[in-house]
Design a protein around this ligand. Structure first.
Ligand code: PMP
Length: 326
């Protein structure tokens, strides 16, 4: 475990072991704790899968040193893979739909990766297709496929989940996390349910996203500004297992925005919109545990703040709700 009291060889050794910090707005009877993933070297949760997946693929011989990873990504995954690839002698190419923030694309390029844009209206589906076309054209190229690769879940089962349980001495009543690929929530949930099958598991998505369909609901599809979580086609989110999830909570853009601004103003937390959504949902879960509406094995909630707001300043994340360009 990294304690930062001795020199390290590479930033890769600083991936994971992020702080778990109390969310002060939670009811005192049911504290909420958030894993601050912006403490990773690439400043997001996705450094964990970048390191874990590239190292594992190299170990297994699925990827050779000098080979290339090509990944369709909304941005943070690209940065996470770029950090790992750069340190492990692997080239990186990322296919990014245009709508995603320019900061992320500049960081991927700064880390030595190639960035290819696909039209916004083709969504992640268009980016996934283009990544596979490119991989077919190159020798020694792999598409790690964060949307379907079980190593994405395993990275969180092996690291994020155990870190949360260790920090809370195993006393975790509920886990609440936003779902993009759902790797984060599935990995934590799998670990949590092994420790205690009664842990309450809440998936968080923006209002307008369709994960709720997997729990038999009929959500209305719409665009949303929250970045990094949600889906317009749950069939593409192959890692999401509704059986591990007690509920899918939808958070409106306006609520996530209000919460991310409150977190900065009141708690000194510079976190982005998916964290705003996770926090809003986690606070709600804590209130329902307190009120006896959710029967959790412990009076505590763990959540994940996936990245920092600094990555979205160009989109006006701290401006008014109307001026925020999600
Ligand atoms: N928040 C942000 C900002 C993200 O970039 C992502 C990844 N898309 C997530 C949350 C969700 O993580 P996961 O893909 O593991 O569900």
């Amino acid at each position: 475990m990294t304690d930062y009291r001795t020199p390290l060889d590479s930033v890769l050794e600083t991936v994971g072991e992020t702080p778990l910090v109390r969310v002060q707005a939670a009811p005192p009877e049911v504290p909420v704790y958030a894993k601050l993933e912006s403490f990773n070297p690439g400043a997001s949760i996705k450094d964990r899968i970048g390191k874990y997946m590239v190292e594992t693929m190299l170990d297994r011989g699925e990827l050779e040193p000098g080979g290339t990873v090509i990944e369709p990504t909304a941005g943070n995954t690209g940065i996470g893979f770029a950090v790992a690839a750069g340190q492990l002698d692997v080239d990186a190419v990322f296919v990014v739909p245009e709508r995603f923030s320019v900061e992320k694309q500049q960081l991927m390029a700064a880390l030595g990766a190639e960035v290819i844009n696909t039209p916004t209206d083709e969504g992640m589906g268009g980016a996934i297709e283009r990544a596979h076309e490119l991989a077919a054209e190159l020798d020694d190229a792999v598409v790690p496929q964060q949307f379907s690769n079980p190593l994405n879940v395993e990275a969180h089962y092996e690291t994020t989940g155990p870190e949360i349980f260790e920090a809370l001495d195993g006393e975790v009543g509920a886990v609440v996390a936003g779902c993009g690929t759902a790797g984060t929530l599935m990995g934590i949930a799998e670990y949590a349910l092994e420790q205690d099958p009664d842990v309450h598991v809440t998936a968080v998505e923006p209002e307008g996203s369709l994960y709720a369909e997997t729990k038999g609901e009929d959500p209305e599809e719409a665009d949303y500004k929250i970045e990094g979580i949600g889906t317009h086609d749950p069939a593409t989110n192959e890692l999401f297992d509704p059986d591990l999830v007690d509920e899918v909570v939808q958070v409106p853009d306006r609520r996530a925005h209000e919460e991310l601004r409150r977190l900065a103003r009141e708690e000194g937390q510079l976190v982005a919109s998916s964290a705003g959504a996770a926090s809003a949902a986690a606070l709600h879960v804590a209130e329902r545990i307190r009120d006896g509406e959710i029967d959790a094995p412990h009076d505590s909630v763990a959540t994940v703040f996936a990245d920092s707001s600094e990555r979205y300043l160009s989109k006006g994340i701290y401006r008014s709700f109307e001026e925020w360009d999600g």
